[in-house]
Design a protein around this ligand. Sequence first.
Ligand code: HEC
Ligand code: HEC
Ligand SMILES: [Ca+2]
Ligand SMILES: [Ca+2]
Ligand SMILES: [Ca+2]
Length: 460
Amino acid sequence: MAANRVNLILTLLCTVLAVAVSACTLSVTPNPSRSGPGAPGGDGTVKARGVGAFSQPAANLTERQVARFLIGDQFFTKPWSVASSGQPDQDGLGPTFLATSCAGCHLGDGRSSAPDHPDAAPIIRFITPDGTATTLDAYGVQLQSKAIDGVEPEADIRVTWTETEGRYRDGTSYTLRSPIIDVSNERFGSLTGAHASGLRSAPALIGVGLLEAIPADDIRSHADPDDLDGDGISGVASVVETLSGEPALGRFGLKANIATVADQTALAYLLDLGITSPMMPDENCPIGQVACSEAPTGGNPEISSDRIGAVVFYAQTLGVPARVGLDDASVIRGQAIFESIGCDACHIERWKTGDHEVDALANQTIYPFTDMLLHDMGEGLGDGRTDGTAGPTEWRTPPLWGLGFTRAVNPNAGFLHDGRARSIEEAILWHGGEATASAAQFIKLDADDRERLLHFLKSL
Ligand code: HEC
Ligand code: HEC
Ligand SMILES: [Ca+2]
Ligand SMILES: [Ca+2]
Ligand SMILES: [Ca+2]
């Protein structure tokens, strides 16, 4: 309000006096907190805190769009039930599944709990001995560890840890843990010739529509697959096909193997919940799971295109929270350290979105801190699994926006692709491969500078 008035007065003054004072060209924005680095999600940035920080509709949606967002919210959050169980609007769960709703993994629209936590539903897929992603006759593409009554879940999944010790240069010690995947009670025979791999923790969903709206060519222009500029960083743009068979840039999934939010949503409905959609019309019933194919279905498709469209819209328009304390001296210093030790080579701060079918996502200046490219992160983080363009040790640089709200939204959330890191420090200490030099510089920082860097990361 006040800013608007200032703007109006400025405009009048500038028009009437036609003077070239700097205030005329500076132009006061209507809501200063809605632009610049403090508003990482552009005009859609939300003022949200605490457990609901990731669950707000983008601030620049119309009333009608908010209504659509709320329909999407229902089909994202409310648990699905078994077919013909008296909830005809939202039935058809399973036969096998991992969670009963999207929100069962994306807690508060944020991350899942670390994979050893009782409420986590870790995702496990399969590789051949040479590390290629594979589909098994008896198990399909992914292990579903839950099933409706009368159907066998495919197997039990348990994650335990091995620990290693290390020291910062100032002598402070730290412990890192890496996961050991234990698959037992395989109900449909052993995983013949393949092993379980690809442990994944669910990421936060804020801003995915904005990431979808970054022009593909702008992302590709940062790729440097052969490291021609010799800085040790060789980001690779992922090449995938959409579910409808079009070639596209891979943006989503932790190995950037999915092109669009819509594709990710249809795949999640089928593989994580057992819900068929117009895009994935066949129930997930691998060969040999007889009881599975006799299970009741909730009609075909179990979610209509209208409703799945609303869920896609919901995910696309989840607002990014405004940053906190970015004027703090130690936060400013922390960002300078972030840049001086090369973190910004991959975690690129600023992008401009292009066109998007959702106008609220178009032409926004955003601050996600990612290059959306694949990087070799070293053996320690590797899952041994080639998936599309991504090799066994390659991962997409994750956006860092909202990082400081992670634990407020889900106190049991972990960091990195499989939730192994118990803190942001641990996540940084795991950086290897192309990020080795950067991580080595982090280890050399003294305790005060580490604190400043973390203060900056928590302000995101
Ligand atoms: C079993 C847990 C689980 C459930 C249930 C689940 N997700 Fe996810 N979600 C994940 C994981 C894990 C990833 C990362 C995927 C990967 O790397 O393969 C992900 C990724 C995503 C992404 C891409 C985010 C990014 O930054 O790449 C979107 C969008 C998404 N999920 C939406 C949904 C929707 C919508 C639903 C409900 C239909 C859903 N998810 C259900 C675990 C889950
Ligand atoms: C070579 C590119 C690259 C560089 C340089 C780099 N990162 Fe990363 N960063 C990544 C990738 C890729 C991941 C995801 C790895 C994974 O999940 O296994 C990641 C993950 C993270 C995470 C965890 C995010 C989450 O969602 O759990 C944090 C925090 C982070 N980086 C901070 C930093 C900091 C601080 C630096 C500088 C010391 C840095 N990164 C340097 C590529 C990079
Ligand atoms: Ca079903
Ligand atoms: Ca399966
Ligand atoms: Ca390079």
